[in-house]
Design a protein around this ligand. Structure first.
Ligand code: APR
Length: 255
């Protein structure tokens, strides 16, 4: 017989119960795009004929645009950062965070804002980077959390190069792709919200969702519904809380 020191037994059993609970929790992937933050006042991309807040995408979201006019790019993201800081999580972000009390939830987001984190989601993968961080323009691994809302020309990283927003531009490597594919493949439920699914490789993640998983796409209008997904037409702040409540009460979100 193994005799444990006094006090270790209950702690061990508590730890094992916790571990068992985590391992048995159903895995959910929430995949979000700009539409989930639209009702927080942050503009989506594709609604504006190739323009993003009055700028051509190639001027503000490509390495070539950065090479041509870094001051314009810094100014553009400084304005976007101010908008993010002024915005608040909405009912969709908050509902997603509530799911964590019953499920093992990972949010995979194409958004560069921090509204999921501020709503309380604890596992958030930003495949297109984070606007509240800066990175070295010569070393993508050298990332700083900003302590001011602006990056100015002349602000430098530890290696001496100009800082740039930690945002993935067109033509650059998207983050967490292998991890995201695995998360999708192991999910028993997938909720995709507010994305046009037009920007690859991130948009291609949905095809890794298992055939038998419960899969929804939430949007007021849709260009394409991925195979096996159930389209729930509507605004994120209306439809997402409904789905979350149904899941937490063990009901189907579809009437
Ligand atoms: N609720 C839900 N969906 C909404 C809402 C809303 N309130 N408002 C708009 N939408 C939908 C739109 O109908 C559209 O299908 O959100 C989607 C937004 O699509 P995009 O603007 O293309 O945004 P996204 O898919 O996130 O873009 C992907 O493109 O420019 C790049 O890097 C950028 O991460 C971004 C990527």
């Amino acid at each position: 017989m193994i005799v444990l020191p006094r006090g270790i037994g209950p702690a061990l059993s508590c730890g094992i119960t916790f571990l068992a609970k985590c391992m048995s929790m159903e895995k959910i992937v929430i995949f979000t795009g700009a539409g989930v933050s639209a009702e927080s006042g942050l503009k989506t991309f594709r609604a504006m004929d190739g323009l993003w807040n009055d700028h051509a995408i190639e001027d503000v979201a490509t390495p070539e645009g950065w090479a041509r006019n870094p001051a314009l790019v810094l100014d553009f993201y400084n304005q976007r950062r101010q908008e993010v800081l002024a915005a608040h999580p909405n009912a969709a972000h908050e509902a997603i965070a509530r799911l964590e009390s019953m499920f093992d939830v990972t949010v995979i987001t194409q958004n560069i804002d921090d509204l999921h984190e501020r709503a309380g989601s604890s596992k958030v993968l930003h495949v297109h980077g984070e606007i509240l961080k800066a990175r070295s323009s010569i070393d993508p691994e050298l990332i700083h959390t900003l302590d001011t809302p602006t990056i100015a020309p002349g602000d430098r990283c530890a290696k001496g190069s100009q800082l740039r927003p930690d945002v993935v531009w067109f033509g650059e490597a998207v983050r967490f792709m292998d991890e995201s594919e695995t998360l999708f493949a192991n999910a028993s439920r997938v909720l995709t919200i507010g994305t046009s699914l037009t920007v690859y490789p991130a948009a291609g993640l949905v095809k890794h969702a298992p055939y038998l998983a419960e899969k929804y796409l939430v949007s007021p209008d849709v260009q394409k519904v991925p195979y096996g997904f159930h389209f729930m037409r509507g605004l994120a702040t209306t439809v997402v809380p409904h789905i979350v409540t149904c899941w937490m009460e063990g009901r189907s979100p579809v009437r």
